[in-house]
Design a protein around this ligand. Structure first.
Ligand SMILES: C[S@@+](CC[C@H](N)C(=O)[O-])C[C@H]1O[C@@H](n2cnc3c(N)ncnc32)[C@H](O)[C@@H]1O
Length: 259
């Protein structure tokens, strides 16, 4: 990301003002600050690998599996998951982002629909605030949560004060026994440096496994065999062979099972 511009757009921002700052960036057409024009290569690699735990999730539950991509931006990852057969919700706080995502979805479905017989999952782009429950009942229609949530560049986009709320909300949205997958980024950046994106060394572990507030200075001991008081158990952490160049070779995929 051209970081200087993004950092200045959030100067003296408070947690309550974050959503409107993101919306302003969408309205002024500045998504070049984060938009990478394609689904995450690391997610694609993981979901197509033999190691992937998500493939088998809910296979025999007699309905399509339900995925959520919060803060989905243009929706590249949403369309990729739908193409794999997940009923997928892309959530965005910005109405402008939702319009952009719907336009992108129409262009992808048109091309793919003409050229291939793909068993698409349903795609739903929803305008709503991740931290509020307003949007949920419409998209969950009776199911008690999502089988799979994917986070990429959402946690790093939030002020550190909002991290605990992010983890608590993830725990509400992922069904027990189902998965949250995080593409951990940016791990090359000091946690004390200005953001967004905010450095996240050791932050996912602290929030999800230890039940902390995510305000850690750096990575410390992470031991999957210890049971922490967090609401998730980490079941995999892998270094993808490919990711966006902005990760500077440090991105990790981590897979978290809701307790
Ligand atoms: C850094 S961008 C990443 C977008 C997308 N994941 C991508 O990689 O292109 C962060 C996104 O989070 C969205 N966002 C910020 N706060 C949000 C919230 N509370 N609920 C839903 N979306 C939010 C913003 O509108 C913005 O599109």
């Amino acid at each position: 990301m051209p970081e200087g511009r993004l950092i200045s757009a959030f100067s003296r921002c408070t947690p309550d003002a974050q959503a409107s700052r993101w919306d302003n960036l969408w309205k002024s057409g500045e998504q070049d600050l984060w938009d990478r024009g394609q689904a995450s290569p690391a997610l694609r690699e993981y979901l197509q690998s033999d190691n992937c735990l998500i493939k088998a999730v809910g296979e025999h539950c007699g309905r399509r599996r339900k995925a959520l991509v919060p803060a989905c931006g243009t929706g590249y990852d949403v369309m990729f998951l739908a193409k794999l057969g997940f009923d997928t919700v892309g959530l965005e706080v910005s109405a402008q982002a939702v319009d952009t995502a719907r336009g992108y979805a129409a262009s992808v479905s048109g091309v793919e629909g003409r050229t291939k017989d793909i068993n698409w999952g349903k795609v739903d782009f929803v305008q709503g605030d991740f931290f509020s429950q307003d949007w949920e009942s419409n998209v969950l229609s009776g199911t008690m949560g999502f089988d799979f949530v994917y986070d990429y560049t959402f946690l790093c986009a939030l002020l550190p004060e909002s991290r605990k709320a992010w983890a608590d909300r993830m725990a509400e949205l992922v069904k027990p026994g189902r998965y949250l997958v995080c593409l951990e980024f940016p791990l090359w950046k000091e946690n004390q440096a200005e953001g967004p994106p905010f450095g996240l060394q050791g932050v996912y572990w602290n929030l999800l496994a230890e039940g902390g507030d995510g305000k850690v200075e750096r990575e410390h001991m992470e031991d999957d065999s210890l049971t922490g008081s967090g609401q998730f158990t980490r079941v995999q952490r892998l270094k993808p062979s490919i990711s966006f160049p902005q990760g500077k070779g440090t991105d990790m995929i981590s897979v978290w099972k809701k307790k």
